[in-house]
Design a protein. Sequence first.
Length: 77
Amino acid sequence: MTTVELKLSLPDQLAEEVRAAGLLTSETVEALLKVALRAKRAQAFFEAADAFAAAQLPPMSMQEIQAEVDAARRGAR
């Protein structure tokens, strides 16, 4: 476990509300960071998918796909 100390500058009303709601806890911040990380990874995935679609590559045959799978398996060994 790594300890990270955060210092936040929040508008007074927001700080008051999140403190009253019990949201300024390590557990809550951890959960929020996990959600943000998942969202960032999903965004990167969709950006990569868009770039792939924009490349307009010709479709691969089943034989080409199998050759790629076989090569990846050989490389993993």
